[in-house]
Design a protein around this ligand. Structure first.
Ligand SMILES: Nc1ncnc2c1ncn2[C@@H]1O[C@H](COP(=O)(O)OP(=O)(O)O)[C@@H](O)[C@H]1O
Ligand SMILES: [Mg+2]
Length: 273
């Protein structure tokens, strides 16, 4: 793959030349460091996510996966390092500037995080009402219906109900429908299949793959599910104690000499290899 690089003008605010736009990279993390209290949670992470690819982040709990993802979308500011999206270091943006950048992202948080006081229909319609003001009435309803259909949700039955009135798996799918409503370039998923049954997990995997193949969406997925990681990933990074200790695909993960990586895959290996 060749890297096309387009130089951009200098930023007025810092006077430094901004990073060049890399047309084949959707998001690049450069030497990202973050400490909370006395604990360094990110110890200098580097990763580039090619456009239209799926990056899966694996690792034990409390290892810094969610913190890394929150930096990728600008929800947290690093102590040092950068996150480059379309030639912009988003760690340096003001809150207002970040708002524009955020429309490039869709995010599904660990616990789904729907608005409890809105119906499921309203939840999916919400980003469209905020950002696609030209969509109204029947056109809005048609788009919401389409999104429900993509995730095999019955809009007539589930749309009028509230998140608390549907199953966990359905809530997850409503959250996914809402996350992709604005057709973002990059969708971030924090453990999208935690707590889901195997069939629904499979549907979520299919959905992430479809977003890639049909819409060219770049996806970054935190997962605990090894089978699903092997199925969907173009690259896997394994995070241990704030560092990427293994990267690659199935072969690299299973061949890793890192004791924690070996332990993580041991049970899966016993059952599958
Ligand atoms: N906002 C925060 N303030 C202080 N500590 C935090 C914050 N967010 C995460 N942490 C700590 O950072 C570590 C990594 O957390 P996290 O990235 O959520 O782990 P995981 O890999 O399970 O997603 C944990 O020890 C967590 O307690
Ligand atoms: Mg987490």
């Amino acid at each position: 793959m060749t890297t096309q690089v387009v130089k951009q003008p200098e930023t007025a605010r810092t006077g430094e030349p901004p990073p060049a736009v890399e047309h084949d990279v959707a998001l690049r993390v450069v030497d990202l460091k973050k400490t909370f209290g006395s604990r360094q949670v990110l110890k200098g992470m580097n990763v580039a996510v090619p456009r239209g690819s799926i990056l899966v982040i694996l690792g034990g709990s409390g290892m810094g996966k969610s913190v890394l993802m929150k930096h990728m979308i600008g929800l947290l500011k690093p102590d040092s390092g950068s996150v480059i999206v379309d030639g912009q270091d988003i760690t340096r943006l003001s809150k207002l500037e970040l708002k524009t950048t955020r429309s490039k992202f869709g995010m599904v948080f660990q616990n789904g995080a729907l608005f409890d006081s809105m119906s499921n229909w309203e939840n999916v319609a919400f980003p469209l009402k905020e950002h696609r003001k030209e969509l109204k009435g029947e056109a809005l309803d048609a788009r919401v219906r389409e999104l429900f259909n993509v995730f095999s949700l019955d809009v007539d039955a589930l749309g009028p109900r509230y998140p608390a009135e549907i199953s966990g798996g359905q809530r997850k799918r409503v959250a996914l429908a809402r996350a992709v409503a604005l057709e973002p370039q990059i969708v971030l998923y924090d453990e999208p299949t935690t707590g889901l049954d195997p069939i629904t997990t499979d549907q979520v995997d299919e959905m992430i793959l479809e977003a890639k193949h049909k819409l060219g969406v770049t996806s970054i997925v935190i997962s605990h599910d090894i089978a699903s990681a092997f199925k969907i990933a173009d690259e896997i990074i394994f995070v241990y104690d704030g560092e990427i200790v293994c990267r690659g695909l199935k072969g690299a993960m299973l061949a890793s000499e890192h004791p924690f990586v070996q332990r993580f895959f041991a049970t899966w290996k016993e059952k599958n290899v």
